[in-house]
Design a binder for this molecule. Structure first.
Ligand SMILES: Cc1ncc(COP(=O)(O)O)c(C=O)c1O
Length: 390
């Protein structure tokens, strides 16, 4: 039987799309070589600098997803045979490393257990051991969406400084940008990459990079074969408000509106809202008597909470149950934690009531799935916290 009302999308991206963005995209397509489009391009490129917190970085946009952004970053910055240090603490950092590997880049993996963040001291030790400076780049996922862990990019930068290592710092901010504080200039990041469908509240379909001067210089010597992903022609044509291919025109209309929404709320408040909704979620999880996959409180993600399923319960079966019972989607366990965790996404366009609706859905379906939770316990814990911090 069809369920009325909207499907409850509580996954860590794609996120809910605000009506304003939907309307902004519902426009007649325009000529992507005309003056109106050129003005749009300049406006969104400029606006994105604010979201990445950069003055000096260059923005590059492709019609692609986050996976495309990984490839764009790697093929422009590196050459086959180059060595990189990949910090692997979950499924997406594993895939980032694997992408590098498949491009002929030599990958040294710094393996960290799922649930932990990137340990800056271990990064420092690896970089100090690299006395002949073979490592050309350090790959980090700021927010590991598969485990609900946010690593300290500032900490990795400090580790690089202490080791006096000249490598490039390449950071995946797919599930952190526009939700968790990320400072491109201050942390001297060389490439930061993201997709449209998370904090930016857009449909999937844009890969967005911020690129430092140092990464631009590196790209002049980089030898990875590249055609579509070559950021050189994109940057050159962007100066004239154009792209070297047909761009995703309507998504760029949506992006302009997304930037307006984010700026109206103000980035600091966007970060505070995410932090508050995330803590409310964690309070609910604790009141259900369940455990987080994330190990350290100072690394809890403010965009996604990964919850460990109690022994004897399969999380894939639970997620299917919640979907069937309430038309609610939760994130599945990926990689090593398949069947063991479920993930509650709380990022993008989301307010207290919407979050509480999602938490009520989790609570009800845990109960009907047979997990021993007290109805109302998680919801009350979240409500108390939200009221205390209102
Ligand atoms: C941290 C992170 N990096 C990369 C990706 C891959 O992005 P996409 O699915 O848009 O290709 C995801 C997807 O969820 C992600 O969470």
């Amino acid at each position: 039987m069809p369920i009325s009302g909207r499907p409850f999308l509580q996954i860590p991206g794609p996120t809910l799309i605000p009506e304003r963005i939907v309307r902004a995209m519902a426009q007649p397509i325009i000529d992507h070589r005309g003056a109106k489009f050129a003005a749009l391009v300049r406006e969104v490129l400029d606006g994105l600098k604010g979201i990445f917190q950069t003055r000096t970085g260059q923005i590059v946009i492709y019609p692609a997803s986050g996976t495309g952004a990984w490839e764009a970053c790697l093929v422009n910055a590196l050459s086959p045979g180059d060595r990189v240090l990949s910090c692997v603490n979950g499924h997406f950092s594993h895939l980032f490393a694997r992408t590098a590997n498949s491009l002929g880049i030599e990958v040294d993996r710094l393996e960290v257990p799922y649930g932990a963040g990137v340990p800056a001291d271990q990064v420092e030790a690896r970089l100090r051991a690299d006395t002949t400076r073979q490592i050309r780049a350090i790959l980090v996922v700021h927010n590991e969406t598969s485990t609900g862990v946010a690593s300290s990019v500032a900490g990795v930068r400090e580790a690089m400084n202490r080791a006096r290592h000249p490598g490039l710092l390449l950071v995946d901010v797919v599930s952190s940008l526009a939700s968790i504080d990320f400072r491109f200039d201050e942390w001297r990041v060389d490439v930061a990459l993201t997709g449209a469908q998370k904090g930016l509240m857009l449909p999937p379909g844009l890969a967005i990079l911020a690129v430092s001067e140092k990464a631009l210089r590196a790209s002049l010597a980089a030898k990875c074969p590249r055609a579509f992903w070559d950021w050189g022609p994109v940057l050159e044509r962007n100066q004239r408000g154009e792209f070297p291919y047909t761009p995703a025109t309507l998504l760029l209309f949506g992006l302009k509106e997304s930037l307006a929404i984010l700026n109206e709320e103000g980035l600091p408040q966007v970060f505070r809202r995410h932090a508050r909704l995330a803590e409310a979620t964690r309070r609910a999880v604790s009141a259900w008597g369940l455990r987080l996959l994330a190990q350290n409180a100072d690394e809890y993600s403010n965009t996604v909470t990964a919850v460990v399923m109690p022994d004897g319960f399969d999380s894939d079966a639970y997620i299917a149950h919640a979907n069937q019972r309430l038309d609610m989607s939760l994130g599945v366990g990926l990689g090593q934690v398949k069947g063991k965790i479920f993930r509650i996404g709380h990022l993008g366009s989301l307010n207290e009531l919407e979050l509480l609706g999602g938490l009520a859905g989790v609570e009800m379906t845990l109960k009907t799935f047979g997990v021993n939770v007290t109805l109302g316990a998680g919801l009350a814990a979240a409500q108390h916290y939200l009221l205390e911090t209102a």
